[in-house]
Ligand binder design. Structure first.
Ligand code: DGY
Length: 339
């Protein structure tokens, strides 16, 4: 679709950036639009966010900015919400669509980084890397090598159950094959035979996957169907020797149920990069158990990935405000507001 906007209309368009973003964002947006931004790494207060949304034509936000009905109700001119994330559970997409507001995200560019972190967590957990580091670093390594010292578990020949077989789930499967793992997957829709063959992956119902896997890794979007999907009852289906890894969204796992299962040694361990509340509250039951590895939402946290996320998120704002279709549209049925 070609732009019908005059140059002055484009310059009159305002884009609000809810954080400091990497360099490509200002390079792409500043020459074209009026930019207002939060110069801090912390989220702005709700009232300030709403007052910017009220006036903006474009919004570049993060997963911590709740773009809900209240925010959309006051958005007079908003034409695009571009989230600097692949997940968009913080945006009321249905409501945005009804109002003709485009919603875009940043898939693909963060797939490898997130799959890499998943593997780093699996290895660190099963080979007790953080525990070993702490032992050496705290000057508590006081015995020379002996055969039963700090034994972990192999990945090779073990079964990896991947829950959610989209881009990131498949990228994890690709890495797992290199480690000689057997791959099971569960997905809302069974993938094509060709994809199964490509990844040497076998479909399992969720319960079967939990019962038969040595490692279970979650790669689901957060939706009404996946919220608390991995409940205590589900975790209890896992083998006592199995590990749970979550790099998707914290709300998918029942955190107190998981803490109970870990405390009772009903599973061998868990590695989590995402939490129901971030940062994790000091009172979280997850901090009371030992067989756990916790990282602060680092899935896409590489310099190159964040740079590409910035390019993608900013380009789609530019596209929509210039009347061009965006590259990564979430709400494909949207009928645009007039520019
Ligand atoms: C996402 O993109 O949804 C991640 O959680 C942060 O990069």
């Amino acid at each position: 679709m070609e732009s019908e906007s005059s140059a002055s209309t484009v310059r009159d368009s305002t884009v609000y950036l809810t954080r400091k973003f990497p360099e490509p964002v200002s390079r792409i947006l500043e020459p074209l639009f009026e930019i207002t931004l939060n110069h801090s790494d912390s989220p702005v207060g709700r009232d300030e966010l709403l007052s910017h949304i009220e006036r903006a034509d474009g919004l570049l936000c993060t997963l911590n900015d709740q773009i809900d009905r209240e925010a959309l109700d006051i958005a007079q001119k908003l034409k695009i919400i571009s989230t600097y994330s692949v997940g968009y559970d913080h945006i009321d997409v249905e409501n945005a669509t009804a109002r003709g507001i485009y919603v875009t995200n940043t898939p693909d560019v963060l797939t490898d980084a997130t799959a890499d972190l998943t593997f780093a967590l699996m290895l660190a957990l099963s080979r007790r890397i953080v525990e070993g580091h702490n032992l050496v670093f705290n000057r508590e390594w006081d015995m020379p090598w002996f055969p039963s010292f700090m034994l972990g578990n192999d990945l090779s020949k073990k079964t990896l159950g991947i829950v959610g077989f989209g881009r990131i789930g498949r990228a994890v499967a690709k890495r797992a094959r290199g480690f000689g793992m057997k791959i099971r997957y569960h997905n809302s829709v069974k993938v094509s035979k060709a994809v199964e063959v490509e990844h040497d992956a076998t479909y399992s119902p969720l319960e079967t996957l939990l019962m038969e896997s040595d490692f279970v890794s979650i790669h689901l979007p957060l939706t009404d169907k996946t919220r608390k999907l991995i409940s205590y009852e589900m975790i209890r289906l896992m083998k006592q020797s199995a590990y749970l890894i979550n790099t998707s969204r914290g709300m998918i796992v029942d955190e107190s149920g998981l803490a109970d299962a870990l405390r009772r040694e009903e599973i061998a361990g868990a590695a989590l990069d995402v939490f129901i509340t971030e940062p994790l509250a000091e009172t979280s039951p997850l901090l009371e158990v030992n067989n756990i590895l916790l990282t602060p939402h680092l899935g896409s946290a590489t310099v190159g990935t964040r740079y590409r996320m910035g390019e993608m998120a900013a380009s789609d704002i530019r596209n929509v405000l210039l009347g061009i279709e965006p590259v990564s549209l979430v709400n494909s049925g949207v009928r645009r507001r007039p520019i």
